[in-house]
Design a protein around this ligand. Structure first.
Ligand SMILES: *[C@@H]1O[C@H](CO)[C@@H](O)[C@H](O)[C@H]1NC(C)=O
Length: 511
């Protein structure tokens, strides 16, 4: 144990070399950016795309599409994306071991370029089915990259930079959302001639990544441990660190590998049946469901229709949408600085509280918008406050806490569970929200408000602060709830500090 803790404090501090910085930027732009871009891309051109669906149907069957069928097709077009994401996240483990981390990122671009072409030709070939299928495939791309980029970056960066570099993917996701919102402005591409191009543009980051990433090293850790190729691992590490002497870090990798092997790996099934981890597991499931079912992606998928409902003038909607995207980027940057100071629990609680209040107030504002002239401003403020609340806590923290509640041996399985819950909840919101909106109108947000409240209460009662806690301390908090005894010196519970977000490379994450 002593040895492990000594290792935790780095004697040498790694520099941010040009190779490392460029590899980070290229993989985050090539993969994470696309994830965010495809979340928001169908929002602005929704009107024109629906008209295309309707026209196509009219031409084929000589009668206009029924309203309810159009709603169904549209919510499928939106939600096939997170549904594909679910499949993508299940494909992570086999692919990263077979093709490597960089290899998977390169391979993954098939799932981006093929659907980009499909979406680009959908209008000419007069088929909305193509769009729906393409959304599923590009979802696979997102599911894969949401896991593999953090893994690749975690493995190529030196310990002291892992935390900072670990934020870069999340930042590029929000930048991707913002870019799609900017391109969606009516005068740019959000019009009846531009939308196919806008959907197809996702191929550009993919092509850039395909052209540039091959010049950067594969994860040295993967080359050394999975492939046993010491020479390439060493060469890659030398380029990443910008110095010749990397033997210490290589042997450190080997040591880590041995201790991980000794611990063994917990399968998902074993995790589900492990009593001492039961409430930790329930907690990450609740937090990931709360994160998605609180409706954050409803705002990005359907922003324009929400603002239209809130009485914003149709020409102003695009700018309000861009404004929310910008707030999201700024708050994501801010969250990086706040999270280490305040701890996780406070941010989660205040984030969900803000979202709960904002969506409740939004319901009221929507209800009275016809009778009071300035209500649209209140509605817009509510959405922006909601986005701020979500960006400081519910968006980034569940991922941090999942890393901290589980040890190395259980973490891949825990992330697999968290990732599946994340994508399936995301899918549910994408599919159900248009029907909610049609059926309940203003009151659809009351549901999100309640979900935030329930999650808030759960966190208040069950989830302990995990910042700067050892794994033993965290499991002792949970021990009573799990009705298990914690014995000191139990080999199951080593005293490793888990305060550092990016403290290991075997993380599988999903945003
Ligand atoms: C489809 O188009 C027709 C004719 O342009 C229109 O009358 C009808 O309202 C449209 N249907 C929907 C569901 O928008």
């Amino acid at each position: 144990m002593k040895e492990k803790q000594a290792k935790e404090t780095p004697e040498r501090t790694g520099k941010l070399t040009a190779v490392l910085a460029l590899a980070t930027l290229i993989s985050a732009f090539g993969s994470s950016f696309q994830y965010g871009y495809n979340v928001a891309v169908i929002n602005s051109p929704a009107l024109y795309m629906k008209a295309f669906y309707n026209d196509t149907y009219l031409e084929r069957y000589s009668r206009p599409m029924e309203e309810s069928f159009l709603t169904l097709l549209w919510s499928l077009s939106v939600s096939m994306y997170p549904f594909g994401g679910f499949f993508g996240s299940l494909m992570v483990a086999p692919l990263v071991n077979k093709l490597g981390r960089k290899g998977t990122l390169l391979f993954n671009n098939i799932f981006s370029i093929v659907p980009a072409v499909m979406m680009g030709v959908s209008e000419i070939s007069k088929s909305y089915e193509i769009i729906i299928v393409a959304r599923f495939i590009v979802g696979i791309c997102a599911g894969l990259s949401s896991n593999v980029v953090p893994m690749y970056l975690g493995e190529i960066s030196p310990k002291n930079l892992r935390g900072a570099i670990g934020i870069v993917p999340q930042l590029f996701i929000t930048i991707g959302i913002l870019s799609a919102q900017v391109l969606g402005i009516r005068n740019i591409l959000g019009n009846d001639t531009g939308w196919t191009l806008m959907l197809g543009l996702t191929a550009i980051p993919a092509v850039i990544e395909l052209l540039l990433l091959p010049f950067f090293p594969e994860s040295p850790r993967y080359m050394l441990i999975q492939r046993g190729d010491e020479k390439i691992a060493k060469k890659g590490l030398q380029r990443l660190r910008g110095c010749e002497d990397v033997d210490a870090e290589l042997s450190e990798m080997r040591l880590e590998d041995q201790s991980e092997r000794a611990e063994g790996r917990l399968s998902v099934l074993a995790l589900l049946s492990k009593r001492s981890l039961r409430w930790q597991l329930v907690s990450i499931v609740v937090m990931n469901m709360g994160q998605q079912l609180s409706g954050v992606n409803a705002i990005y998928y359907y922003a324009d229709s929400i603002y239209a409902q809130a009485g914003v003038k149709s020409n102003d909607i695009q700018y309000v949408t861009v404004g929310t995207g910008a707030v999201n980027v700024v708050m994501t940057i801010a969250a990086v600085f706040i999270v280490e100071a305040t701890g996780r629990r406070l941010l989660l609680l205040s984030g969900f509280l803000i979202c709960c209040a904002a969506s409740a107030l939004l319901t009221v504002a929507l209800k009275f918008q016809d009778s009071v002239a300035w209500m649209p401003y209140i509605s817009i403020s509510c959405v922006i406050i909601y986005v701020i609340g979500h960006a400081i806590g519910p968006s980034p923290i569940p991922y941090v806490v999942t890393t901290e509640m589980f040890r190395q041996s259980a973490r891949p399985a825990a992330f697999m569970v968290a990732g599946s819950v994340h994508w399936l909840s995301n899918f549910t919101v994408g599919l159900v929200f248009p029907f909610l909106e049609r059926g309940l109108g203003a009151f659809s947000f009351i549901i999100f408000s309640c979900i935030c409240l329930v999650t808030l209460v759960y966190i208040w009662v069950v989830v302990p602060e995990t910042k700067n806690q050892t794994f033993l301390e965290i499991s002792q908090v949970f021990a009573k709830r799990n009705k298990v005894q914690i014995k000191l010196g139990d080999s199951d519970l080593p005293l490793t500090k888990v305060g550092d977000v990016g403290s290991d490379g075997e993380k599988v994450t999903a945003f």
